[in-house]
Design a protein around this ligand. Structure first.
Ligand SMILES: NC(=O)c1ccc[n+]([C@@H]2O[C@H](COP(=O)([O-])OP(=O)(O)OC[C@H]3O[C@@H](n4cnc5c(N)ncnc54)[C@H](OP(=O)(O)O)[C@@H]3O)[C@@H](O)[C@H]2O)c1
Length: 208
């Protein structure tokens, strides 16, 4: 697949390396072209302008902080019809909780501002360090949750997650981001406040 990644921080660089290794054609883009180029070179990706990256992409992954996601995506031009993976946890500045929830979610608020874009929530419960270390958890596959309203877009995202070796767990419609984002917050709480570290990931397991 052709994947455009907006942002080259912890998540952008981990996703770029993993997806390039999995054989996808990855373009990195962001505010600082020199930084995008430097990270892309290490990841086996190419650095492109926002418009170039978006135009050629089957899937766009938005890795800016929640409050910058819409601006970062709008900078790519008209994205109508495009599949966008939205990965943010809408944390308060002091990380004490989420800015919004219960009756909406970051993913839904972003989707409202980008009409015609097929927004799929994914990777918000997956630490960058987990992506870097890979999917194996003592013989079990780590799970990556995804939620969205467009069946075709969800299939593409499922295929991307599976290409990284993770189990892709369908978490239903985009509105279920209202539940995925609090799980992301709890994962951060376990990782940092409860000091379990970032080698953890949530999973839904069943007998049989
Ligand atoms: N870190 C994790 O383990 C983790 C796990 C799950 C989900 N998430 C979510 O993933 C997102 C990224 O987290 P991160 O840890 O990778 O953060 P990060 O290292 O701070 O990276 C954020 C990236 O977004 C870019 N950015 C900021 N504003 C932008 C704008 N207006 N236009 C374009 N790019 C912009 C930054 O570019 P500059 O550096 O040039 O400003 C940077 O490359 C967040 O929404 C977070 O909630 C993170």
């Amino acid at each position: 697949m052709k994947v455009a990644i907006v942002g080259y921080g912890n998540m952008g660089s981990a996703l770029a390396s993993g997806l390039a290794k999995a054989g996808h054609t990855v373009a990195l883009t962001g505010k600082n072209p020199a930084k995008a180029k430097e990270v892309a070179a290490k990841a086996g990706a190419q650095a492109l302008t926002g418009a170039e990256a978006a135009q050629g992409a089957d899937v766009i992954i938005a890795t800016a902080p929640y409050n910058a996601q819409v601006d970062a995506l709008k900078a790519l031009g008209n994205l109508s019809g495009k599949v966008v993976i939205e990965i943010s946890n809408p944390l308060k500045a002091d990380m004490s909780g989420l800015q919004l929830g219960h009756s909406t979610s970051a993913a839904e608020e972003i989707a409202k501002q980008l009409p015609g874009v097929k927004v799929v929530k994914a990777f918000n419960t997956t630490f960058a360090q987990v992506l870097q270390a890979g999917p194996d958890f003592n013989g079990a596959k780590g799970q990556v949750f995804f939620a969205g309203d467009d069946a075709g877009a969800k299939n593409q995202v499922k295929a991307l997650i599976e290409s990284l070796g993770f189990e892709a767990t369908d978490a239903g419609p985009l509105a279920n981001s209202r539940y995925l984002e609090p799980i992301g917050m709890l994962n951060i709480w376990f990782g940092y406040m409860a000091e379990k570290g970032t080698g953890i990931t949530p999973a839904w397991i069943r007998r049989g």
